[in-house]
Design a protein around this ligand. Structure first.
Ligand code: G3P
Length: 249
């Protein structure tokens, strides 16, 4: 009942050549039909990607957005601009934004509202640090981040989100959470969602992110509460990303 979603977050990587290669490799209908796939390149490549992906099933995502609608915010990009460029998804609250750009839960909430207002699907990223995991505080950390954004939203708006669970210690480290570790936290997320709204718990897609690769994707994606992946490093190589998508079908 939940269509799997694989999203490739290129972070600050990419080139016109890489966009072109993805457009070529994903052209046609070679992917499982019941699968959503998105590529999330840096801003400058969005327009090129929109054209290059026209004959592919690839949807477009953006890595961040401004919470403001318009005005004197040098360097920022609004939700409406992203929507105008055909962007479907936007990452919010990624741990790199939280760690290196000081983004808080309150900022994530404002960005989610801005994205929803423009008709974008926010992919809300949550996850615990290594210190929190070692202190046995994973559940509290993750559910706290979720509650700060989901609780103030009404039921209609909550349903339009995607949640990505990305343990910070697994991001870009090659140290993937085991399928059991990922499933345990994602089950906690699903159970918490259930207490908020039982329909929501059944329909909201939960992605796992953190060193997902072609050789571990199938095992992670086979877990009952994992509905897809948010892939960083392994989404940069077209063959590897394609293989991850195939294992989600
Ligand atoms: O957003 C994706 C992410 O942070 C995971 O990155 O390189 O560990 O797959 P990576």
């Amino acid at each position: 009942m939940r269509t799997p979603l694989i999203a490739g977050n290129w972070k600050m990587n990419g080139s016109a050549e890489r966009v072109r290669a993805f457009g070529e490799a994903f052209a046609g209908d070679r992917l499982p039909a019941s699968l959503d796939v998105a590529v999330i390149p840096p801003f400058p490549y969005l327009d090129q990607a929109r054209r290059a992906f026209a004959r592919t099933p690839l949807a477009l995502g953006a890595q961040t957005l401004s919470p403001e609608p318009a005005g004197a915010h040098t360097g920022e990009v609004s939700a409406a601009m992203l929507a105008e460029f055909g962007v479907a998804y936007v990452l919010v609250g990624h741990s790199e934004r939280r760690q290196h750009h000081g983004e808080t839960d309150a900022d994530a909430y404002r960005r989610v509202c801005a994205a929803l207002h423009a008709g974008l699907v926010p992919v809300l990223c949550v996850g615990e640090t290594l210190k929190q995991r070692e202190a046995g505080a994973t559940r509290d950390a993750v559910l706290g981040q979720l509650a700060a954004v989901l609780k103030p939203l009404d039921a209609d708006r909550r349903r339009r989100l995607v949640i990505a669970y990305e343990p910070v210690w697994a991001i870009g480290t090659g140290r993937t959470a085991t399928p059991e570790q990922a499933q345990a936290t994602m089950k906690d997320i699903r159970t918490w969602l259930e207490s908020l709204d039982s329909d929501l718990a059944q329909t909201l897609r939960l992605l796992y992110g953190g060193s997902m690769k072609a050789d571990n994707a199938a095992e992670l994606l086979a877990q009952p509460d994992i509905d897809g992946g948010l892939v960083g490093g392994a989404s940069l190589q077209v063959d590897e990303f394609f293989a991850i998508c195939q294992s989600a079908g």
